[in-house]
Structures are given as structure tokens and as C-alpha cells.
Design a protein around this ligand. Structure first.
Ligand code: AMP
Length: 427
């Protein structure tokens, strides 16, 4: 299938060709025709599937049809994303796919001055990409008018709910016209997502793609059993001995990310941390330096890493396993993209064996274990509860049971009562 056959206009096809894409990705093949038809969409897809172009291209095309707006240049499309990084990335896509069209867009997120944003909006934009918090700041300052929005996109809706944005989202929804096209994308489908979509979507078309990388042959997964207090040493050894130049490392907490970053730098391995307590400037700088190869290791928490698009990332290391098994899938989705081979390593100590079991159950396979002779776990060390960084201690079992409640694994979506396999299950 070609982009031409999807019925996209010449300016968009030109932009796509300039990006070097020749074939629409599965989510694009499925979603674009529905969106062009004006249908609501319930999309099961995460970053890495090409979902951004999947909604941006048809959205731009629809905005090229004349507006019924009386005067001025009202905001006609609103894209909500959970994180600043994702907002910036989506805005970049809107710019590049729309570069041959006379449409204007801007992006607003917190952590930076609001005044330049106010000016841009005042000058008139057709498409606004926003994080919910900063959008509501603009609403309360009356610097944004959402009354003429024709298309709403909720990108990574599950993550927005996880991050506690549901009330903000409801407030935003109340400001939008009832009559509009809504596109909701989510990697997982919890009860909360189902409730939201039932309220929000009108006979949605379901589009889903198997999560790339879940059971992907492109990603080699391996577990290295190791004692907790020797993980840092093993990580430095792995990076140094194999001369890795670009590694994304996940920790469970912001504090853990900072500490590991300092230790790696002490070991002579250039590293930077990216997490929610870092200023926007520091996050952007760290990401840019990582992408350009100036630093070798980016240490990230799950939320900060979500949605970051780094092409061809060869190595992902789970320095600590995530508490939520699905986050493992998101993490390893950072590697082996765009047809490249990737390697995902997990350093697992005795405290984390229960979490590992949950992950293996979710991905429906056992991950091979490789023990390094010099880093054999000491069998006399007993498991301890996992520290979560917020003064909370979690015993593995109880915690995972809670998480399973939070994100049920056999979701059932939508008014037509069609069952919707979660992306994980589809993999
Ligand atoms: P996304 O899932 O939207 O974050 O996109 C993941 C990556 O795939 C981005 O780097 C896109 O630029 C790229 N991409 C999107 N669509 C295509 C396509 N049809 N062919 C090749 N690469 C694509």
C-alpha cells in the first residue's frame, strides 16, 4: 500500500516523501481513511508505531476544508499529550508534515515562560498542541479560546490518566464544542480509559496494532541476575567492556536516577539524568546531548522517557525493574526501532524476582538469564521490600496485585461491545 492510495493531498504526500517514508505503517493504513472520513477513533498504539503521522496527516487534510468560523483564525484542532517532550515532538511532526500547507500551529507546555505562548496564540493558530496543565493556565488567563475546536486528539491517554490529569482533561472537555471529531490513542485500556472513551467517543472505529517490540524478534532481551549493591559496577562494566556509545538506562525513582548519573560520571562514563524534577531546559539539553552522542548514557524514569523518540537506540538497560509490568514493554520499546536490532538488558536483584515473574507472564515468555562469573548473586542475601522513593515500601506481591487492578489485562471496550485486546495481548 502507498500513501497516495490513502487519498492524501499532494502537499502532504510531498512532505511524507521528503521525510523519506515510502510505505504507510500499519496504524497509518488503518487510521488515516477513518479519520479522513470524519470518524472518531479509538487507537491502540504506542510511540514507535508511526501513530503521530497516523493522526497528524489526516488532521491536516481535514483542516484544509473551509472553516465555518465567523472571523479570525480560531483554534480548530487541539492535541493533548501527557509530557512536554511528547508535546514538542508532536508539534514538530505537525510542522514538518504540514510544511507545504498554509496552516499554523504552536505548542504550549509548562516549565517555560507563558508570554511567548500567549503571543503565538494571539497571532492565530489552527492547531494547538498542549499538555493539560499549561493549557488550563491559559484558559484561566483567558488567553486561549477552545470554542471552535473541530478535532480533538488525546495522545497517550493512558499515561495522562496515570499522571493524574483526568480532572484537567474533564475541564478541557467542558470547554470544547459537543460536535467534534475525537481521536483517542492509548497503549493500554484500563477501566478508566474505557469510561473516558465511552463518554467521549461517538461510534469510534477501533484501530490497533500489535505492539512492536513486545515479542519482537528485533529486540534481544536478557536478564543479568546481580546483587543490588553491585548493579552500578556491573553497568559500568557492561558499558565499558562492550564500548557502548548510546545507552538508555531506566531507574525507578528520580533520586535513583540522579545518584546513578553521578556515579557513572565518576566512573568516567558521561551520563545525564532526565526526570520530572529537572527543568525543561535541563531535560531538553540532556536529550539533545544524548542524541548527538555528546553523552553516552541517559538515565531516565518511566514518565520522563515516555514518548521520547530516539531512532535506532541500540541498548536499553533496566537498572531496576518497573513496578508496573506494562512499563517494561514501554521501556524496551525504546530500542530496536525502525527495523534496527536492539538489546534490552535487565539487572535483576533478589528483591525483584516477583516483578520479573509478572513481566514474563505479561510478555508470555521467559527472558533468558545470563549470570556473569564475577557478579554472581550471593545466595545468602534475602529479599527486601522495594523502596519506591515516596516513602512507600512495597512488597512485590501486594503491589502487583494493585497494579493489575489499575490496568486490567483483558479489557473490553466501546459501545458496540466489541472486545478490544490490549496492545500487550495483541503482541
Ligand atoms: P511515532 O510512533 O509517531 O512516534 O513514530 C515513530 C517513528 O517512525 C518516528 O521517527 C517517525 O518519524 C517514523 N515514521 C512514521 N511513519 C513512518 C513511515 N510510514 N515510514 C517510516 N518511518 C515512519
Amino acid at each position: 500500500m502507498s500513501f497516495e492510495s490513502l487519498g492524501l493531498r499532494a502537499e502532504l504526500l510531498r512532505a511524507v516523501t521528503e521525510k523519506g517514508y515510502t510505505t504507510p505503517s500499519p496504524i497509518q493504513q488503518q487510521a488515516i481513511p477513518y479519520i479522513l472520513d470524519g470518524r472518531d477513533i479509538m487507537g491502540g498504539a504506542q510511540t514507535g508505531t508511526g501513530k503521530t503521522a497516523g493522526f497528524t496527516l489526516p488532521l491536516l487534510q481535514r483542516l484544509m476544508s473551509p472553516t465555518s468560523a465567523k472571523k479570525g483564525r480560531p483554534i480548530r484542532a487541539l492535541v493533548l499529550t501527557p509530557t512536554r517532550e511528547l508535546a514538542a515532538q508532536v508539534a514538530e511532526s505537525v510542522d514538518s508534515y504540514g510544511k507545504h500547507l498554509p496552516l499554523k500551529s504552536t505548542v504550549i507546555f509548562g516549565g517555560v515562560s507563558i508570554n511567548p505562548q500567549i503571543k503565538k496564540i494571539r497571532d492565530g493558530v489552527d492547531i494547538l498542541v498542549a499538555t493539560p496543565g499549561r493549557l488550563l493556565d491559559h484558559v484561566s488567563q483567558k488567553t486561549v479560546d477552545l470554542s471552535q475546536v473541530e478535532i480533538l486528539v488525546l495522545d497517550e491517554a493512558d499515561r495522562m490518566l496515570d499522571m493524574g490529569f483526568i480532572r484537567d482533561i474533564r475541564k478541557v472537555l467542558a470547554l470544547l464544542p459537543k460536535q467534534k471529531q475525537t481521536l483517542l490513542f492509548s497503549a493500554t485500556f484500563s477501566d478508566e480509559i474505557k469510561q473516558l472513551s465511552n463518554k467521549l467517543l461517538n461510534s469510534p472505529a477501533l484501530v490497533e496494532v500489535a505492539q512492536r517490540n513486545t515479542a519482537s524478534e528485533r529486540v534481544t532481551q536478557v536478564v543479568h541476575p546481580v546483587d543490588k549493591n553491585r548493579k552500578r559496577e556491573l553497568l559500568s562494566f557492561l558499558i565499558g567492556s562492550q564500548n557502548w556509545q548510546q545507552v538508555l538506562v531506566f531507574t525507578r525513582t528520580k533520586h535513583g536516577a540522579n545518584r546513578l548519573t553521578e556515579q557513572l560520571n565518576t566512573d568516567g562514563i558521561s551520563a545525564a539524568a532526565i526526570h520530572g524534577n529537572k527543568s525543561q531546559g535541563a531535560r531538553t539539553k540532556a536529550l539533545a546531548e544524548f542524541k548527538s552522542g555528546k553523552i553516552r548514557v541517559l538515565v531516565a524514569t518511566d514518565i520522563a522517557a515516555r514518548g521520547i523518540d530516539i531512532d535506532q537506540l541500540p541498548h536499553v538497560v533496566n537498572y531496576e525493574l518497573p513496578n508496573v509490568a506494562e512499563d517494561y514493554v514501554h521501556r524496551i520499546g525504546r530500542t530496536g526501532r525502525a527495523g534496527n536490532e536492539g538489546e534490552a538488558m535487565s539487572l535483576v536483584c533478589v528483591d525483584e524476582l516477583k516483578l520479573l515473574k509478572d513481566i514474563e507472564r505479561l510478555i508470555k515468555r521467559e527472558i533468558p538469564k545470563v549470570v556473569f562469573d564475577d557478579y554472581k548473586p550471593d545466595p545468602s542475601i534475602k529479599p527486601e521490600p522495594i523502596q519506591n522513593g515516596r516513602g512507600r515500601q512495597t512488597a512485590g506481591k501486594k503491589h502487583t496485585a494493585n497494579n493489575n487492578n489499575r490496568r486490567p489485562s483483558s479489557p473490553h471496550v466501546n459501545k458496540q461491545n466489541r472486545s478490544y485486546r490490549s496492545a500487550q495481548q495483541a503482541g
